[in-house]
Design a protein around this ligand. Structure first.
Ligand code: GLU
Length: 473
């Protein structure tokens, strides 16, 4: 919120939508229907804390679009939650799902608390009560609206939601599909935890492999050797850092609550995490320079800057000082519209959130499909594929008279596990989405940036879905 008076996240999303709408053929009525939020549920409920104190908790669930059901989107625990924020995040979910061809409408939930100030027992009470409130108003269910983790929530909270929902829907055979991001033991899918971060790296890699975009940014092609700064080391930031490093990028800067660290020659992500666990802070990491203010991390020298925490962190107050050539939005809404304009004018490539961080919801979709089919991915075909592959290897060796070395043989014969299928599905999704957006950007005269191209892509898909439903005959 810094430096921007009366900032509305939802208006920011609307502004970006309007900027893109002029590059589409749809009439104003359809565009208005797509843009607005279909249902907004604001609730408050009392909770008795362990101390005996009774507090009132304020919470929301917004369903932005019902053009496809169920609705889908995370639940965040944050003191900054308000209706405007949840509406904006729900809208981004609609566009995000459309871009990656995940057949859901967008939704989002938020509980206005700082989870650090509550005990696990109190958080469980709040989560269960919130779920009960959603059930009361028919705002949750495998075919209605399916929450997931977001800022401040994770597998533990999703398990509480599932348990509350199942207890109140005895015998509902698909109840596991009422929420995603669950622990694997509770119907979660392998690969969901790291999906958003891995999706960010798949998307960034594809952008870095694009000659035209890299030329515009003035950078060499390829993710290898790119110097990257990451702000926010929660689930998304941590996995982004880890996978980017594994892809050959150099992580030069990392930022968290307590401050930021920088080393031009690179930081070992896992070593930084171990250091943080041991000392309680990322600061004073051997060989790295400290920055007391985590905001400073955004202005460090790097090729790619990845904001991976909250919205609005790059705004008119600091955008001019950003030194990165590429800004990759792992968080939702980290740039204000003013910041977008400033960075565009500087020739910075901004990879938009609603496409780049769509890996989470993509794998949530895989989890939901798993829950509805009641079978683990790979269970039916793994052994069959292995037997076939072994047979082919034997035939090839027999026909050529040569022996395939052991590691190649193991690789060829290996039948798919759940994690292999989830990751390849995610990679395919991110690559296809990047190409679609870049094609729109390339082939639409006058289109200013990738964000506008991403909105055009989303608007076209949602509008087509509405018109094909016959809602606008
Ligand atoms: N909260 C994540 C997001 O903003 C994931 C949503 C989901 O998996 O439904 O995309």
């Amino acid at each position: 919120m810094a430096n921007e008076v009366h900032y509305s996240f939802f208006h920011n999303v609307e502004r970006n939508f309007d900027k893109a709408a002029v590059f589409t053929k749809w009439d104003g009525g359809i565009l208005r229907q797509i843009k607005g939020c279909n249902s907004v549920y604001q609730m408050s409920f009392p909770i008795k804390r362990e101390s005996g104190e009774i507090i009132t908790v304020e919470a929301f669930r917004v369903q932005h679009s019902h053009h496809k059901t169920p609705c889908k989107g995370g639940i965040r625990f944050s003191i900054a939650v308000d209706q405007d924020e949840v509406m904006a995040l729900a809208a981004l979910m609609t566009y995000k799902c459309a871009i990656v061809n995940v057949p859901f409408g967008g939704a989002k939930g938020g509980i206005k608390i700082n989870p650090r100030n509550f005990t696990p027992y109190e958080l469980e009470k709040i989560t269960r009560r919130y779920t009960a409130e959603l059930i009361k108003k028919n705002f949750i269910g495998p075919g209605i609206d399916v929450p997931a983790p977001d800022y401040g929530t994770g597998e533990r909270e999703m398990a509480w939601i599932l348990d509350t929902y199942s207890a109140m829907h005895p015998g509902e055979i698909d109840s596991a599909g009422c929420v995603t991001g669950k622990p694997v033991s509770q119907g979660g899918v392998r690969g969901r935890r790291e999906a958003t971060g891995l999706g960010v790296v798949y998307g960034l890699t594809e952008v870095c492999n694009n000659d035209l975009l890299m030329k515009k940014a003035g950078l060499p092609v390829g993710i290898k050797g790119k110097r990257i700064c990451i702000q926010g080391l929660g689930n998304v930031g941590y996995h982004t850092a880890l996978f980017a490093q594994q892809s050959g990028a150099i992580i030069v800067g990392l930022a968290e609550y307590e401050g930021a660290i920088y080393n031009y020659d690179g930081l070992d992500v896992d070593a930084v995490f171990t250091h943080r666990k041991q000392t309680g802070s990322i600061l004073d990491f051997p060989g790295a320079k400290n920055f007391e203010k985590r905001q400073d991390a955004l202005e460090m020298e790097c090729d790619v800057l990845i904001p991976a925490a909250l919205e609005n962190v790059i705004n008119s107050g600091n955008a001019a000082r950003i030194r990165a050539k590429v800004v990759a939005e792992a968080a939702n809404g980290p740039l204000t519209a003013e910041a977008d304009d400033i960075l565009n004018a500087k020739g910075v490539i901004v990879i938009p959130d609603m496409y780049l961080n769509a890996g989470g919801v993509t794998v949530s979709y895989f989890e939901w499909l798993k829950n509805l089919s009641h079978v683990r991915y790979g269970r039916l075909e793994k052994r069959f594929t292995e037997n076939m592959n072994k047979h082919i290897v034997t035939q090839v060796e027999g026909l050529t008279g040569k022996t395939i070395d052991k590691s190649s043989k193991d690789f060829i014969e290996h039948g798919p596990e759940e994690i292999d299928l989830v990751r390849s599905g995610l990679e395919e999704t991110m690559i296809t989405a990047t190409r679609e957006i870049v094609d729109i950007w390339n082939n639409t005269p006058g289109i200013p940036d990738l964000r506008t191209a991403a909105y055009v892509c989303a608007i076209n898909k949602v509008a087509t879905s509405y018109t094909e439903l016959g809602i606008f005959p």
